[in-house]
Design a protein around this ligand. Structure first.
Ligand SMILES: [Zn+2]
Length: 137
């Protein structure tokens, strides 16, 4: 007796499988995991399932661009990459500003260098005081 698949609507899993043919990192196993994404009446359940499906994609698909593309195909995320956040302005003349310069791989400005020197000197002074107190206690 031959079994014939009953006609059924196209599910998220089918879409993931179709996407998988074009995505080297995606396979049928993923498609089956994507079956988690089914239309839900309860918005909380829908969010939970979307989150579960997203975790699967993030875990199994290498490459941020591929992940975004697949998530977009599944209707979970926009295909457009999030625009990079504009760099926050440096608070010059502060230790924080000095650190921000460092993080950007640039030489600190004079104001920030001075603030950093003062900060470091304060820290050393504090350490000396604490050591003395510990010794004299
Ligand atoms: Zn600065």
């Amino acid at each position: 007796m031959s079994r014939r698949a009953a006609p059924r609507r196209v599910t998220m899993a089918d879409r993931a499988a179709m996407a998988g043919r074009e995505h080297s990192g995606v396979d049928l196993e993923l498609a089956h995991a994507e079956a988690l994404v089914v239309p839900q009446v309860d918005p909380a359940a829908a969010r939970a399932e979307a989150a579960a499906a997203e975790r699967v994609v993030r875990r199994r698909v290498a490459g941020a661009a591929e992940q975004r593309e697949l998530l977009a195909m599944l209707g979970l995320r926009s295909a457009d990459p999030a625009p990079p956040a504009p760099p926050r302005p440096i608070a010059h003349g502060t230790h924080r500003g000095y650190v921000a310069h460092q993080r950007r791989g640039e030489a600190a400005c004079g104001e920030c260098r001075a603030a950093h020197s003062a900060y470091t000197a304060d820290r050393h002074r504090l350490t000396r005081v604490r050591r003395r107190e510990a010794r004299d206690a």
